[in-house]
Design a protein around this ligand. Structure first.
Ligand SMILES: NC(=O)c1ccc[n+]([C@@H]2O[C@H](COP(=O)([O-])OP(=O)(O)OC[C@H]3O[C@@H](n4cnc5c(N)ncnc54)[C@H](O)[C@@H]3O)[C@@H](O)[C@H]2O)c1
Length: 446
């Protein structure tokens, strides 16, 4: 058991988690590990996990180290030993669970994207704001902010090492939908997922672009496409509706597909109602230009989240498939010797590295969840709101909605409503201003 400097065990923070498949496993790992690696002011206790199938949720509790299992998330929220609720379910249940938890006085961590619509995200952000006034903490699970190389990239930008920013380009490429016989899981249904590659991968890309630059996107121009419009139904699913199978307990794995090998999919087909790929350009508030690509159809690319930022004084580049490395070019150096150099982000002075291994002994995907748990525990203990907040998650949702609006309107430039405190957008050329005003919202929300 961890001890404070005085030798006493720190007070506990009881965590209750809803959903226990892919993200549930990753978050469990984070909660189990954070207090063993970092000195934390509170000791996370894995109090209870909730699912819907009693046998499956008990097995998950045993496997991932949770003390108790519940078959109703409302019962989990009501438990006295749960002070923080961790929402690891598909987007269609984020708003209901997170708002109920906040209203019950609990701190909340909610997976990304925050919600399936701007309206839901607004409700959640308002609930989080009201809860913050009561001392409660909320955060969205944009875990890639907690890759040490990306946290260090943010430090380079804020230290002015890139100077005035000109370009941000982010692509997030996966390939698990290339096979047209891949079945219709919840991630392919708008009703459950909100959108496709856009909300799944593009949400991370947008959050990172805004986090790393410290700026908001103020407008976008987008194309989306669904290449495979019908896919085999999962066993037991009725054509035209999969509600009963959304992330069904016992069928959950990385893609909700464990146990479906060997021709277990149905011969009946259902409609894919989300995008397979989304491409969009955007403007940041300062006038810098951004470009994004999100797809689950890039054969050979498994989890290739790549980004590059160019500024007046330098550039940086990153690839999640080599996540211990950051490429940095200092453009103020003499041209004869300047060039991109590889920074191995494993030094004790790099973000999050103080608790881990000696330099060069790299970290991986799972460690981002320990970093997320660490930061959240500190926020709960200090009462200082962590980032990304639900308001940040809402802002990402507004970008996703603008992307979909733009794509529906032949890629017309579409403004993103931004909070009033953000500097006014740079002027847009007359050629696009008229069409933009058609889709611009009447008023700018909070
Ligand atoms: N941060 C990341 O890197 C990352 C990666 C993958 C997924 N996600 C996000 O995490 C969330 C979950 O995705 P996943 O990949 O873990 O999905 P998954 O299908 O693997 O797991 C979903 C879990 O939620 C449970 N569930 C669904 N509806 C429920 C309900 N009403 N009540 C109780 N349990 C319910 C399912 O039984 C299952 O355990 C999504 O919002 C997704 O976008 C984030």
């Amino acid at each position: 058991m961890e001890q404070t400097e005085s030798g006493a065990a720190p007070p506990t923070l009881g965590v209750g988690m809803v959903g226990y498949a892919f993200m549930g496993a990753a978050h469990s790992q984070g909660w189990r590990t954070a207090g063993r690696v970092f000195d934390l002011p509170l000791r996370p206790v894995l109090a209870a996990v909730a699912g819907r199938d009693a046998t499956a949720v008990r097995a998950a509790a045993h496997r991932h180290g949770w003390a108790a299992a519940e078959t109703d998330w409302r019962a989990l929220i009501a438990r006295d030993d749960v002070q923080l609720v961790d929402v690891c379910t598909p987007g269609d249940s984020h708003a209901e669970i997170a708002v109920a938890a906040l209203e019950a006085g609990k701190h909340v961590l909610c997976e990304k994207p925050l919600a399936n619509s701007v309206a839901e995200a607004e409700t959640m952000a308002a609930a989080a704001e009201a809860a913050a006034a009561r001392g409660q903490i909320s955060m969205v699970g944009f875990n890639y902010r907690r890759v040490p190389a990306l946290a260090y990239a943010r430090r380079l930008v804020t230290d002015g090492r890139l100077g005035t920013l000109r370009h941000v380009r982010v692509s997030y490429l996966q390939d698990w939908l290339v096979d047209p016989t891949f079945p219709l899981t919840w991630r392919l249904e708008r009703e459950h997922a909100g959108s496709g590659a856009l909300g799944d991968l593009g949400a991370h890309a947008v959050d990172l672009a805004q986090y790393l630059t410290g700026e908001l996107l103020v407008g976008v121009s987008a194309l989306t496409e669904t290449f495979v419009r019908e896919r085999p139904l999962l066993p037991g699913a009725a054509p035209g509706g999969l509600s009963g199978l959304s992330g069904r307990d016992g069928l959950d794995g990385l893609d909700g597909l464990d146990g479906l090998d060997g021709g277990a999919v149905s011969e009946a087909y259902g409609q894919v109602t989300v995008d397979d790929a989304a491409l969009f350009t955007g403007r940041l508030a300062s006038g810098a230009l951004a470009s994004f690509e999100a797809t689950r159809m890039a054969a050979g690319r498994k989890n290739a989240l790549r980004l590059e930022i160019n500024g007046e004084r330098g550039s940086l580049a990153f690839d999640l498939e080599r996540l211990n490395e950051l490429s940095f070019h200092d453009h103020t150096e003499p041209a004869v010797s300047a060039g991109f150099r590889r920074i191995l982000v494993t030094e004790p002075d790099h973000p999050y590295l103080e608790g881990w291994w000696p330099p060069g002994h790299g970290l991986g995907y799972e460690h981002t969840f320990a970093h997320q748990a660490r930061d959240l525990v500190h926020a709960v203990a200090s009462g200082v709101a962590p980032a990304p907040s639900f308001a940040d998650g809402l802002q990402v949702q507004r970008v996703l909605a603008a992307v979909e609006d733009s794509a529906r309107n032949n890629a017309v430039y579409t403004r993103v409503p931004v909070p009033v405190a953000v500097p006014a957008p740079v002027p847009v050329p007359d050629s696009v201003r008229d069409s933009a005003s058609d889709s611009a919202p009447d008023s700018v929300p909070r």
